[in-house]
Design a protein around this ligand. Structure first.
Ligand code: 5RP
Length: 236
């Protein structure tokens, strides 16, 4: 019993293990997208180390947060507008379902993350076991909206789906994305048809992007508290 307790990893340890594991997918001279968040942070840290050991690669960032870390680690990056496509992107997620559909945007970077993911031949997602779910929706779905008329979007989402759509705040102020938009965190609880919901939300004027990543992931890498790591391969 005591031995079992000693072997259990906490969530931070799992994230670190995933970050180091995922770094192996980045090979010499690759052009890669790098995600955002606390799990990806460990990947960036590991890549910083490998860069100093001679691993040469170029990244496209999914947020100003990631860009700042790349500057700190001395990793080369270019704008997405300078590339035609990316070999692969590695990112985290807030939830991943059995079909590989995702909720992303807990860190507020969903817009750039989706653009970068769409430009990538492969999208590798690193999550701990708690984020591996049967049905999406327990995690509030982030929807990025323009600031003009955001209340109209909120009202529409709340009345169309009979749910709450909360304006995201950070430190008592409204959270502003890298692209100067707001985020509505939508408490769906359970999303039966993520693809349909994504399409419907996009039809509401003022919606910029949703945190539903449908049929985009090619591999989900799941980290477990017992130290195991499993890969789920998906077809697009
Ligand atoms: C940021 C994201 C992140 O990938 C997601 O929120 C997971 O973050 P973390 O690894 O910190 O749990 O989508 O917009």
């Amino acid at each position: 019993m005591q031995l079992l307790f000693l072997l259990m990893l906490n969530q931070n340890d799992i994230k670190q293990k995933l970050g180091i594991y995922a770094a192996d997918f980045i090979k010499q001279d690759m052009l890669v997208g790098l995600g955002t968040g606390t799990t990806v942070y460990f990947l960036l840290k590991e890549l910083g180390k490998r860069k100093h050991q001679g691993l040469n690669f170029t990244a496209v960032c999914t947020s100003s947060q990631t860009q700042n870390i790349l500057v700190e680690k001395g990793i080369n990056y270019v704008s997405i507008n300078e590339v035609s496509s990316l070999q692969l992107t590695i990112d985290g997620a807030d939830e991943a379902d059995v079909n590989g559909n995702l909720i992303k945007g807990g860190g507020g970077a969903l817009l750039q993350e989706k653009i970068v993911a769409a430009a990538s031949k492969q999208l590798i997602i690193i999550v701990d076991e708690k984020k591996d779910v049967q049905t999406l929706g327990a995690f509030p779905l982030p929807v990025e909206v323009v600031t003009f008329g955001w209340k109209q979007v909120q009202q529409k989402i709340e009345s169309n789906y009979n749910i709450k759509a909360l304006l995201r705040k950070k430190d008592d102020s409204v959270f502003i994305t890298d692209h100067k938009h707001y985020i509505l965190d939508c408490l769906f609880n359970s999303i039966e048809n993520p693809s349909q919901l994504n399409n419907e939300l996009h039809l509401i004027p003022g919606v910029v992007e949703t945190g539903l990543f449908i049929n985009m992931a090619t591999t989900i890498i799941i980290g477990f508290s017992n130290g195991d790591i499993k890969e789920r391969k998906l077809t697009r």
